[in-house]
Design a protein around this ligand. Sequence first.
Ligand code: FAD
Length: 266
Amino acid sequence: QDSPPWRDFDRSVVYAADLESALHYLFRVELASHSSLEGDELQTFKDLVTLLAKLYPGGGAVVKLMETLSDWLLSLPLQKIPYQAVLDLVDNKMKISGVFLGAELRWVGCQGSAPGFRGYPCALWTLFHVLAARRHAAPSSLRHTALEAEPAPVLSVMRRYIRTFFGCEECGRNFEKAASSDGAAGISTPEQEVMWLWNQHNEVNDRLAGSLSDDPLFPKGAWPPPTLCASCHEENRGLHAFNQQEVLSFLLRHYGEDNLSRRYAV
Ligand code: FAD
């Protein structure tokens, strides 16, 4: 498999091309292995679409697509829906104006130094960090939806999505174990949700650092490094520590709407 051309990028920026490529993969590849959706799978799918319709940044063609999907799912009295019907909507077979999801993988901040590294898992993490930051910025955006009463709606949907659909089953088991034992049940504010995801992602980085899946050009480690956020780091009795308040401010800025670049996006 030929590597795509290298795309220059800035590690301090989040790229819409990564988020849209992740959604393309999620809707057209990962979900395609389920010929129909019902029961818990259907509920998780509906909740994911609601989350995306309400929290995906930019208000562009992707949001319009998620709103269309969400309206369609809510209007359906069916207990079981064929995947093909979802795909027809994602491909906008009805030609609704302004609705669109690019149909190619265009990794930018998530490109790997060789095929097999990074890509989708990187962009899926990025997507959920962005959604968590967006919920912090717009806490009432899930009002009047099925997710309104959830204390940690982004994490709840992420957990169920990863467990039910994510192609890496071991990742699903590990993430579920962490979420059920690591204080996720005590989350009650958007800040806590943002910080829990950050902390959990660092636990995974720590576990995977130096493993075969670790791209040598993007070695895993505690994130953000001082080059991205010097004030996030401090020393506590001679030991390195993260300054949680600075980390929170950094995460909200880094994953916020103003730091999302459309460079390379379709
Ligand atoms: P990633 O870890 O994917 O990170 C993507 C980007 O997020 C980074 O480039 C950086 O910009 C940013 N980032 C890094 N750390 C943080 C942080 N702490 N907070 C916020 N942003 C950060 N693989 C396994 O082998 N075993 C597992 O158990 C496993 N569990 C996973 C669980 C989930 C929920 C997901 C989405 C993926 C999991 N993976 C697992 C895949 C693995 O975590 C990486 O996504 C993959 O190896 C690609 O790594 P990466 O170098 O692109 O960086």
